[in-house]
Write a protein that binds this ligand. Structure first.
Ligand SMILES: [Zn+2]
Ligand SMILES: [Zn+2]
Length: 390
């Protein structure tokens, strides 16, 4: 089975859904309209629907035969709080909201597969179609798991898929091991004593502390992480003082940033190292440092057996030459990690065609490539028919 011909017959409907969702983007935990469309479609095709997990999450369940095996497939539904610069007909109609990560495409593809599987029923067991809210930094997947996703909808394996611009639409990347990094936030607040900029000796300067701290944290990855391990420590926000106050040393300066790693031990190390440097710099300069490290997503690490099954399904759709087995991991994060920590899983990358003019994820000119809809939905269908083979 190369591209599934029955699913190719649903391309117009998938495209229409995808473009409608693109025009009406909704951000984290506000996906009311999107969830309503998803739930209505699933019900229309005879799939049992459960709503309300993680506020706007939707789970469709389809059981065929008497088989006891069960698989879960995850799509994310949320958009980003950013303006869209595209001018085409399906561009965002909501100011400051944009489907710039292709979750509109993910939702449409999983719906296409659900429609096909409900119509053909050529498997034996249960499939759960998970439509999660708030993937973009708000942990909708984590909330679904915490609210009992796999207690209510038990699964032997869970699979996730994300589009990848720059990879041809007839390519699917499936690799074992780390796919996405842990994605954590950190904050350091340096507090001193504000004073006149002309008389710094009368205060204790948190600006100088922040400056030394920013330089010192560059050594964490360079000098204390094994060169064969990947890690990122980035300061992304710095604020202190008043832009109008050119001669006032402020009381405090706040630095915020992100930390990424693929292994739990490296993640732990980054958390300790950033805090140690903040404390050391503060002590040396007689200010204080208040440190917070906020764990958001663990790394997404593919289970070897689930990866092998995903690879076989991908091969059935795009052929052996279309499957990329050594795709490099991304330093982005995905809260699919909480699902695949609970149940063995695999996360694959679906080609989304050329990324012209920098139209990558989170770019204001990005648009999911509809040429990938049939490939992605065919992959989901092949995976279910293979995992739950009669
Ligand atoms: Zn995304
Ligand atoms: Zn994204």
């Amino acid at each position: 089975m190369p591209i599934n011909p029955a699913i190719a017959g649903y391309v117009e409907e998938m495209r229409a859904i995808r473009r409608d969702l693109h025009a009406h983007p909704e951000i984290a935990f506000e996906e009311e309209r999107t969830a309503g469309i998803v739930a209505d479609k699933l019900a229309e095709w005879g799939i049992a629907v459960d709503r309300g997990l993680a506020v706007t999450g939707v789970v469709g369940t389809l059981t065929v035969g008497t088989g006891t095996r069960s698989v879960a497939l995850r799509a994310d539904m949320d958009a980003l709080p950013m303006p869209e610069k595209n001018a085409f007909g399906h561009a965002s109609r909501r100011a400051g909201r944009m489907h710039a990560c292709g979750h509109d495409g993910h939702t449409a593809m999983l719906l296409g597969a659900a429609r096909y599987l409900a119509a053909t029923r050529d498997f034996d067991g249960t499939v759960h179609f998970i439509f999660q809210p708030a993937e973009e930094g708000r942990g909708g997947g984590r909330v679904m798991v915490e609210e009992g996703l796999f207690r209510r909808f038990p699964a032997d394996a869970v699979y996730g898929l994300h589009n990848m611009p720059g990879l041809a639409v007839d390519r699917i990347a499936v690799s074992a091991g780390p796919q996405l990094a842990s994605s954590d936030s950190w904050e350091v607040v340096f507090r001193g004593v504000g004073t006149h900029g002309a008389k710094p000796h009368l205060g204790r300067d948190p600006i100088v502390a922040a400056g030394q701290f920013l330089t010192a944290i560059q050594a964490i990855v360079a000098r204390s992480v094994d060169p064969l391990d990947a890690a990122v420590v980035s300061a992304c926000s710095l604020f202190g003082g008043d832009p109008e106050a050119w001669s006032v040393i402020p009381d405090e300066v706040t630095v915020r940033g992100t930390a990424r790693a693929y292994r739990p031990a490296v993640r732990d190390h980054l958390e300790a190292a950033i805090g140690r440097i903040a404390a050391g710099v503060a002590t040396g300069l007689d200010v204080t440092a208040e440190y917070r490290f906020i764990r958001r997503n663990p790394p997404v690490v593919n289970d070897p057996a689930a990866t092998e099954r995903a690879r076989r399904a991908a091969q059935a759709v795009v052929g052996a030459d279309g499957v990329i087995g050594d795709f490099p991991p991304s330093t982005a994060g995905d809260d699919f990690a909480f699902l695949s920590q609970a149940v063995p899983g695999a996360y694959v990358w679906l080609g989304n065609g050329p990324a012209e003019d920098g139209r990558l994820h989170h770019n204001s000119l990005y648009d999911f490539n509809d040429e990938a809809l049939v490939t992605g939905a065919s992959f989901w269908a092949a995976l279910v028919e293979q995992e739950l083979a009669r």
